[in-house]
Every structure is written in C-alpha cells, then in structure tokens.
Design a protein around this ligand. Structure first.
Ligand code: SF4
Length: 754
C-alpha cells in the first residue's frame, strides 16, 4: 500500500470526467486547485459549486504520510478504530526524534538506542496495518515523499505542517492532525472548509544569488503569518514554470509559514524531469496524457483577478535574496537592506552558526549551490568564521551528493554533516552553550524561526534564508555582510569576493543510494504483534474520552488567559517533550507551559482559584481535574498556529479543559480541538477578551441547542459578584457537533466499525 501506481492510474483515469463535471458545476474556467479539489470529492457530494471560505466539504485523499513524532498518536488512534488495514496508501517516516549533536553516524546510533521502543512500535504497527515504514536515517518526511510518492493532481494529507511541500510536484498536500490521518486511514472522508484561492503570478527568471527560497521569503513578507489562512496559494506564469521542481517544493513548503492551507504549482516540464530523475518515468508518462487537467485553465492565468480571491505578482528578474527574522518568518528583509536593519535593531551581528538543509532546502540543487560557495571558501583561503552544519533531506540525496563530492567540500570548509533528519530544526539540537541563554544569532535555510525552536534558547536570534546565503554568511560570520557587494579578508590578508552560486538541478549521473531505508509491510499483517509495553513511559494505549453530559457546561475556572502569540509550540512544547508523544498522560505535563499569562506576564505561572496560589499550568489543571471542576483557556489571535500536533488539543481534553475561547484560531488546531470533543470558540466581539478577569468562573450556555451557524453565550461570573454576558461564535457543522456530543470523533468511528 505504500506506493501504488494503480492508485495513480485510477486518479488520472477519472480526471477527465471529474474535471468536466466540475466545469459544469462551477460554470467558469477552473484554477488548478479547483480541478484537484473537485476531482477528490468524497462520493455522493452535492453537485453544487462550493463557496470559498464557507462550505465544508468531504474529500477522499489518495495518500497519508506521517512523521514519527505525530505518527505515534495517529496510529494509537487508528488501532482504536478496529480496521485490519489502512484504506489508502500510507507511510511512516522516522525523522523527528533524532537529536543533532555530534554528526550523522553517532547521532543516528544514539537515536536508535534512545527511541528503540518507539521505532519498534512504529515498525510493528506499520507492518501489521499495511503501512510503508521509513527507518531512522532514511530522511525527512517531505523530501522522501517528494522523491517517492508525490504526484501531480493527487491529494495527500500528512501529520505535519510541512506536508504542503508536495505542492512542488503538483499535489494538493495538506498538514493535518493525527485524528484526521486516522479517519482517512480508516476509510472515512476527510473534511475541509473549501479554501479561498490566492494566485501568485510569477514572471521573469532567477539569476545570481536569488533562489526559489527568496520567492516565499518575499511572499511571507507580503502576506504575513496570517495572510494565507484558509487559502490555497496557486503559483503560475512563465516564471513559475522556470523554477526547478524542488525549488517549487521549497516555496510550497514555506507556505505553511503564511498559514496557507497549502500551495501548489501546475504540472510542467520541470516536474516531468524530476519524476523521471527520481525513477518515476511511468508517473510522468501518465501525467503527460492528462496534462491539460494538471494545470489551471488558460483563461484563469490570462485574467487571474477574475478567478482568484487575491493576486500577487512576483518578478523573479527583480527579486533580491531575502533574509527573514528574527523570531518570526514574515519579517522579510531584502539583502540590500538587511545590514542596516541588523545595526538599527541591535541584533547580534556576529553569527554563531549557519545551518543548511531541512525539509525546506535539502535538494540536490540546494546542496550543489551551497557547495559552490563552500568551494570558493576553500579555493580563496577563507576560513568559515561561524560553525556550519548540513542536514541532508534524504539518504538518496545524501548518498548522491557524497558521491558527487559535495560533502567533501563542506568538510573542507569545516562543515559538520548531521543525520538525514529534522535535528536542529525542531528543538532537537544539543547545542553547546545554549543553556547559558546568551543573546546570539544563527541563520538557517529552514522554514520556522520562532523563539526557542532550534536550540531552546529564547535569546537565539534565528534568521531564515536560502542555503547559498546561509553558507556565505557562515563564511563571513557576520550578519552585516552582503555577498553581492562586500569583500572578505582571507588568510593571506587579501580582499576576496564570493562569486555567484552555481547549481545543478538534478544529478548528471542520476540519483543513487545503497539502502534508502525503506521497509515494506507484511502482505498479511493479521498475525503481526504490535509492540507496546505496559510499563512504557513513552507509549500508552488510549482510552476513549467521555461523551458530553447533555447539559450546558457551567462553573468552569479560567485556567489561563494567554497573551499574544500562542502557537502549538507554546501549547505543547517540542524539544525534550517529543519523547512522550505516544504517552498522553506524560506529555500533558507540558500543557501550555510556554503560554504567557496575561495577568502576570509570566510563562507557566497561573493562579489556582481553589488555593489562590500561583503554580505551573499543568499542575493547576490537574488540581481542577482532581476536584471535578472543568476549566477554560482564553487566547489571542491565531491561537494554535504552527505545527499540526494534535497533542495541543488532546492534552487539554485529557486534563479536563472544556473549551478554548480565542480571538481567532489557526485552522489545523481548531479542527484538532473539534476532533477531540473540545469546544473551540471565538469572541464575536474580539474586544470581549478584555472582559475576562483572573478569578472568573465561566458558564457556556446554549449547548442543548448547539447548532451550526448559531452563536453560543458565555457568562463571565466575576469574583466581585458582577457578571458579563458575551456572544461567542463557532464553526462547527452538524457532523462536528456530533463529535462534540460523542466526546470525540474517534468514539464515532469505533461505533461505525462495529
Ligand atoms: S520543518 Fe523542520 S521539523 Fe518540520 S519536517 Fe521540516 S525539517 Fe523536520
């Protein structure tokens, strides 16, 4: 079930009929996104045009991909669904749990020992249920998916925000929570609010230091971290067609940083080349035959503002390299303005580390372009002033770039090759000195740069750029260096300049690999034993959550009123906690420990209304739970942005929080809350956030007549005896209301299997 050419054939065989049916329904020329979405409607969907940003629609994705951290909970949930095999081709990728410390081979050996029980669980559960298993060291999920599974016109969901990377190969690929993955693997439809469409018209051609990464760094600056929310971003135009397939992947990958549901490019020669280059000439041949359906209609691209909700234009010929950050990926600086920004803001100009690779930028082209800069350092007697690390995206890329001499070049420059895994990108970086929490700067070719993400130090100013810019900066060791205009002093005291990077899109001798790290599942898994130890502190079988009690929910204590940014990292912190991903009770000890309490501006310090004492958030919540009292979490804008982890929804559910009330939600997190049977509510009037007081006891009224599009009422009972009554909105549809009533979607799935 892991790779299935028959499945791709079926998708393409039906494409003509489905796109033509959609044409009649929509009654105007179609964008690529619409073609793919309409071609993947769940059977029996109404044949009416869906309203963008409003209609909830059931889809039938073709594939599921899971990374090891999120797969644990997804598969623990899938086991509860009672099915013998996954319903669609699915894969698990062991990439997130490998700590980056001493280099690839040592780190991999350590991970294999430290995570043995998790890997054994994932390997055995994959083997049993027909899931392809990619071992630790095989690579980062999104690179492996791009190389092996993504196909133009397909639809995939994945338990990771950067699943969207596969849009580079023309796929509608969307990051979801483990609960959604569980549904699709169980053969159920997957629901999505029909997205708005943002068109990005790309003209011109890249040259010099500018790369595909700079397209998305620029777009992030325009749209900001919220600008893509609820939208699919479709890139088109002759400039788009000129970008390499992996470059397109980079752009789509970082679409997650603007909150986009996903991003996509239409099928073109570059994609066909990549499919052939990665051993999938058969897929390219099939795609060629239906190419007209794998891109938007001509009329759409000729007059995009008539068909997209928003249109942005990017001229590659004028685009400068960008550096985004610190602390947020949408603070976009053109290279020519960056040095002044560093000086003016007082960010540490001395660069400590440059890190290239990650799922965003670890293609053959990326590595070859960065290596062309590294080679110059060697040739021109420059010694890299900052540390430098390389994280290859897959074993196939690593093996090939090693064969072609690039790793050797990085080694000569003083670079350290890390394992083919997420490592430093996800807080799994055992960086020496990070515990001192010194103010310092790093630059990466990754995608996210929230505080503490890479090394746990809140004072690490993390910037994001292309691999070639990162490499140049690592050589200079100075953030105020501009490789286009400035010179560097070499070992001989000479002034030397770095020439523009040169790269190769696909290896001339082809990709090669000895052991890609793939393990196929058993044909018949019925006898396979899933390995979960009862005494494990990392894995715990799930018990069903309780159903709704059938009344309004009253007497809730305010657990925390979170101030400002509250990402899923704040709600369920990564780093060392990743270890407990498969153990709900243990990982719940990180619940909301990163959120800032509005009332005292501190993290992990809230008032326990039963004692009046301040304490840690999880401990306070456990005290409410022990006393049989529910609670509520209040938050600000875009609550739950960031990674797709459903733990951020399961932990509050497990510990007895009943509702999350915020100014606005990030999409995936809102859905995750609904799946777990939580109430995800938004202030009808965002200013009502100010009415929430620290000692409030809160009632949620209207649940006995809970209905789609009908607001609920929240009563704030203040300590002084006064009350405020406010309206709160929700986006639950009829089915999601059933999830709430049943105590979670899984309870409904199990009932339907029996
Ligand atoms: S963004 Fe970082 S942590 Fe996430 S998949 Fe990519 S490399 Fe891994």
């Amino acid at each position: 079930m892991a790779f299935d050419i028959e499945m791709i054939k079926k998708v393409y065989d039906n494409l003509d009929a489905k796109v033509n049916a959609a044409r009649k329904v929509v009654n105007k020329p179609l964008t690529l996104t619409e073609k793919i979405l309409y071609a993947h409607l769940w059977d029996g969907q109404a044949s009416t045009a869906f309203e963008r940003g409003k209609s909830y629609v059931d889809f039938a994705p073709d594939r599921v991909a899971m990374q090891d951290a999120t797969a644990q909970m997804a598969l623990l949930q899938f086991m509860q669904a009672g099915r013998p095999q996954v319903a669609v081709p699915s894969t698990v990728h062991c990439d997130h749990l490998i700590q980056a410390k001493e280099g690839a081979s040592k780190d991999l050996a350590t991970a294999n020992t430290q995570n043995k029980e998790v890997y054994d669980f994932l390997a055995s559960v994959s083997n049993k249920y027909g899931i392809g298993f990619w071992k630790p060291g095989a690579g980062i999920i999104h690179q492996v998916v791009l190389e092996n599974y993504a196909f133009p016109g397909g639809m995939m969901i994945g338990t990771d925000s950067h699943t969207v990377n596969a849009g580079g190969l023309g796929m509608v690929a969307i990051g979801v929570g483990g609960a959604d993955a569980c549904d699709v693997m169980a053969g159920l439809p997957w629901e999505l609010k029909f997205p708005k469409l943002i068109g990005v018209k790309v003209t011109g051609k890249l040259s010099g230091w500018t790369s595909a990464k700079d397209v998305i760094l620029k777009v992030a600056g325009i749209l900001t971290v919220k600008g893509g929310t609820g939208a699919i971003v479709e890139y088109f135009g002759e400039g788009a067609n000129s970008l390499s397939c992996t470059g397109k992947g980079t752009i789509c990958n970082m679409g997650a940083e603007i909150g986009a549901t996903t991003s996509i490019f239409g099928y073109d020669v570059k994609m066909a080349d990549y499919l052939r280059g990665t051993g999938r000439a058969d897929v390219a041949e099939l795609a060629d035959k239906v190419a007209v359906h794998l891109t938007g209609d001509e009329e759409v691209y000729a007059n995009p503002s008539a068909y997209f909700d928003q249109v942005i234009e990017i001229n590659l010929s004028e685009l400068e390299p960008h550096i985004n950050g610190p602390f947020t990926p949408d603070l976009a600086w053109p290279l020519s303005k960056f040095a002044a920004a560093v000086k003016e803001a007082g960010w540490p100009a001395k660069l400590e580390v440059g890190l290239i690779g990650s799922c965003t930028n670890s293609s053959y082209e990326d590595i070859s372009r960065a290596a062309s800069i590294a080679q110059q350092a060697v040739d021109k007697n420059l010694v890299a002033k900052a540390e430098f690390t390389i994280t290859p995206g897959s074993e196939q890329v690593r093996y090939t770039v090693d064969r072609d001499g690039y790793l050797d070049i990085f080694g000569k420059m003083g670079g350290v090759v890390l394992a083919n895994a997420c490592g430093p990108c996800i807080g799994q970086w055992a960086r020496h000195g990070a515990e001192k929490q010194e103010k310092n700067s790093i630059i990466t070719s990754f995608n996210r740069n929230f505080a503490k993400r890479a090394d746990g130090n809140p004072n690490t100013h993390s910037f994001v750029a292309s691999p070639e810019i990162v490499t140049a900066f690592a050589i200079a060791g100075d953030l105020t260096f501009n490789p286009v205009t400035d010179t560097l002093t070499n070992e001989k005291g000479e002034q030397v300049r770095l020439d523009e990077p040169q790269g190769i899109e696909l290896p001339i001798k082809g990709f090669a690999v000895e052991d890609a790290g793939y393990q196929a599942p058993a044909e018949d898994g019925s006898k396979v034993q899933v390995l979960v130890s009862e005494t494990s502190d990392r894995l715990q079988l799930l018990a069903p959550f309780a159903a709704w009690e059938g009344t309004d929910v009253t007497g809730l204590k305010l657990l925390i009123k979170a101030k400002g940014k509250c990402t899923t990292d704040h709600i369920s912190m990564a780093g060392p906690w990743l270890k407990f991903r498969g153990h709900l009770d243990n990982i719940s000890n990180n619940m909301l420990i990163g959120a800032i309490n509005f009332f005292n501006e501190k993290a992990d310090s809230v008032k326990n209304q039963l004692t009046g004492e301040y304490g840690a958030v999880p401990a306070t919540q456990r005290a409410y739970k022990a006393a049989g009292i529910g609670s509520i979490v209040v938050g600000d804008e875009n609550y739950g942005e960031g990674s797709s982890r459903e733990h951020a929804a399961m932990e509050p559910r497990h510990l007895g929080v009943r509702a999350i009330l915020v100014k606005s939600f990030a999409r995936i997190h809102e859905t995750n809350l609904k799946k777990q049977g939580m109430l995800a509510l938004t202030f009808a009037n965002p200013a009502d956030y100010d009415k929430i007081q620290e000692d409030d006891t809160i009632d949620i009224i209207g649940l006995t007549s809970f209905a789609a599009n009908s607001p609920l009422t929240v009563v704030l009972n203040h300590k002084d005896g006064s009350k405020d009554e406010i309206k709160v909105n929700h986006t639950y549809n009829d089915q999601q209301i059933e999830w709430f009533k049943a105590g979670g979607a899984l309870n409904i799935i199990r009932a339907s299997v029996k």
